[in-house]
Design a protein around this ligand. Structure first.
Ligand code: GRG
Length: 306
């Protein structure tokens, strides 16, 4: 049972939040003419070159849910911008490093040459390196209670470290050409892709001072959405074309990587995606109509074409 939402209202909300985070990202990044110019230019190229901004929108949607929290609205809105910028910076760094020749060796990202091709390998590595601390600086300067800043910082650090995103990437690198069971694959996806998506939802809850029951509902939602995103990614890898995706289609099969489609088949992956979508909507039930944007994001993820 889905919380009802109006598609037009949701689309307008989404467009507004995407524009908001684009502006916040552009001002958080060092200017391209500041020393060292080439590094800053590469950082801006990596971050500002498109992207669906799903993680940022998850931060905003979860943060705006907790209207009646102890955090003042203006401080909350400012802090949500910082948190949304932080997750997009981490995401951009992960893509830059993932595209490097020592990892996925990809030439196309967001419809443009990858950072190591547009610049050079050393600059791409350093741009990714520099985006990480900038993300944590964003959290450190959130205009909210220091205790919430500490919680948010710890959450993001744990999500993207060796027990989260980087750990998932390490498992991925180790299993090229090797089989993984359904459960092992889910675990890898939860770490590699799910952890940052989950952290985005949870950051919104922390920053806005959500109640513990709201945070619990958000956690259930986040777990389902995090995995759904990757299952959809695996489906798109075999069903969509390179021009639509803006990245190389069919890359997983070509690199002999285990995916939800290779393990479950296309129909099995689609059925899992539908289940996860239902679980995510169900998790929002206790949150009432305020969760409309979170509901819209579930459908944006499970029905996306890129
Ligand atoms: C290299 C430390 C390190 C980590 C890399 C997330 C990740 C770990 C690599 C990305 C590889 C990949 C393409 C995974 C599939 C899921 C995913 C993260 C897709 C890209 O996210 P989107 O679709 O990208 O949200 P945009 O461009 O819209 O921001």
């Amino acid at each position: 049972m889905r919380p009802a939402y109006d598609a037009q209202t949701f689309d307008a909300w989404l467009a507004a939040r995407i524009a908001q985070v684009e502006a916040a990202l552009a001002s958080a990044l060092p200017p391209a003419d500041a020393l060292p110019e080439r590094l800053h230019e590469a950082m801006r190229y990596a971050v500002l070159g498109g992207g669906k901004r799903i993680r940022a929108c998850l931060v905003y949607a979860a943060g705006e849910l907790a209207q009646a929290s102890g955090v003042a609205a203006s401080a909350r809105d400012g802090a949500l911008d910082h948190a949304a910028v932080a997750v997009e910076l981490i995401h951009a760094y992960s893509l830059v490093h993932d595209d490097l020749p020592c990892m996925d060796d990809d030439a196309l990202r967001r419809g443009r040459p990858t950072v190591h091709l547009a610049f050079d390998e050393a600059t791409a590595m350093l741009a990714g390196d520099a985006l990480q601390p900038l993300a944590f600086e964003q959290l450190a300067t959130m205009p909210i209670a220091p205790a919430l800043v500490v919680q948010a910082t710890r959450l993001l650090a744990q999500a993207v470290g060796s027990r989260g995103m980087v750990g998932g990437q390490a498992i991925d690198c180790l299993h090229v050409g090797r089989a993984l069971s359904d459960q092992q694959l889910r675990q890898m996806h939860r770490m590699k892709t799910g952890a940052l998506l989950e952290a985005s939802v949870r950051l919104g809850g922390i920053v806005s001072g959500a109640s513990s029951s709201a945070r619990m509902a958000l956690e259930h939602y986040a777990a389902a959405v995090g995995l759904a995103f990757q299952v959809m990614d695996d489906i798109l890898d075999v069903t969509a074309d390179t021009a639509t995706l803006g990245k190389t289609a069919g890359k997983d099969a070509a690199s002999n990587k285990p995916t939800m489609v290779s393990v479950l088949g296309l129909a099995g992956a689609r059925s899992l995606l539908a289940d996860l979508g239902r679980q995510a909507h169900e998790a929002l039930r206790p949150l009432g109509p305020g969760a409309a944007c979170l509901a819209g994001i579930v459908d944006a993820i499970t029905e996306r074409d890129r």
